[in-house]
Write a protein that binds this ligand. Structure first.
Ligand code: PHE
Length: 337
């Protein structure tokens, strides 16, 4: 009888191990442990066995029953897990959204400014960031011994020029290759050997504007800047000129926009520091010496030029109080715009 029990146990365990479906497993449970199974029959007859056989047969059948039950439980758990894994692909779930980038706030502002000027009849042009002294200084009426060069100390590259300190270089490059009239804007990156603080950086961005034609006047310059300011910021924006000096314009001005936060009121305004005005850039009428350098006739043509500090406008627009954030921070900064 002990041998038969051992055989029942071996047979049941082998069949359970081969089962691949929950349904088949249930049938095996009924067949090997059910009320009418051979093992249960053996167990129900224990009472009729002699005292010499009873303990051994009882122990053997009990342990066979336990082993079969454990094998059934294990196999069932494994089959259930496999079944669940098989249905884990739910095609109705939303997909993973691809990470999409966007323009840096300085680039989007440069694009916005460019399109305002395009509507005013300007074309958008480009120029090199690695320049020569001629285009950055000499042709802009700033000879080697001119003190204005000190204000624009830059990075000189060994044997091959310098990093441009201003986009005014593009004025020269355009006039060298295009006969008048010209009307262009040139957005781009500039470099100066300035000490870095909350409002200065050695890398910054400008948009240069140049308009040359017959009888262009300072009033045209002002009209252009006012139109730009009102489209970009607020239709009430005012523009003021302050006398200044640039070697390549005469007369020269620095120009300010009325503060868009306090609307020029000043008092207690943190953006304009109480003055009501925000300095935006430099401008003026193209100096005749510049026209001579590029072969334009200063008797026939006149023109205005301006430079816009892109960071400056972006800072007022977004309330950014540190220029370093534009170039030195990570996506946590740029994602906000
Ligand atoms: N290039 C000048 C600067 O960077 C600004 C400027 C541009 C002035 C055009 C006059 C005309 O400071």
């Amino acid at each position: 009888m002990l041998e038969e029990i051992e055989e029942l146990r071996r047979q049941a365990l082998a069949e359970i191990a081969a089962a691949v479906e929950l349904q088949a497993l249930e049938e095996l449970r009924v067949r090997h442990l059910g009320r009418r199974s051979r093992l249960r029959e053996v167990m129900s007859q224990l009472g009729s066995l002699g005292a010499d056989q009873r303990p051994a047969v009882g122990a053997a059948s009990g342990s066979a029953q336990k082993a079969i039950q454990e094998a059934l439980d294990q196999c069932k758990a494994a089959l259930q897990e496999a079944a669940e894994a098989g249905t884990a692909l739910d095609v109705t779930l939303p997909g993973h959204r691809p990470l999409s980038g966007h323009l840096h706030p300085l680039n989007s502002l440069a694009e916005e400014l460019s399109s305002i000027f395009q509507r005013l009849g300007f074309s958008v042009v480009d120029g090199p960031e690695i320049e020569d002294e001629y285009h950055n200084f000499d042709a802009l009426n700033t000879p080697a011994d001119h003190p204005a060069r000190d204000l624009q100390a830059t990075f000189y590259l060994e044997g091959c020029g310098l990093l441009r300190t201003q986009t005014s270089t593009v004025q020269i490059r355009i006039m060298e290759t295009t006969p008048p009239p010209v009307r262009v804007v040139a957005p781009g990156r500039c470099y100066r050997r300035d000490a870095v603080d909350a409002t200065h950086h050695f890398t910054f961005h400008q948009i240069e504007g140049l308009c040359v034609d017959r009888q262009v006047s300072l009033a045209d310059l002002k009209g252009t800047l006012v139109t730009m300011a009102r489209q970009l910021l607020d239709p009430q924006t005012r523009v003021r000129f302050r006398p200044h000096f640039f070697p390549f314009t005469e007369p020269s001005v620095e120009y300010d926009f009325s503060c868009s936060l306090c609307r020029g009121e000043g008092q207690g305004c943190r953006v304009c520091k109480g003055t009501g005005w925000i300095e935006i850039g430099g401008a003026g009428m193209v100096d005749p010496a510049v026209f001579e350098a590029v072969g334009y006739d200063p008797e026939q043509y006149s023109g205005f030029a301006f430079g816009i500090g892109i960071e400056r406008i972006a800072m007022i627009r977004h309330g950014i109080d540190d220029i370093r954030l534009f170039l030195e921070s990570d996506l946590r900064f740029t994602r906000q715009f």
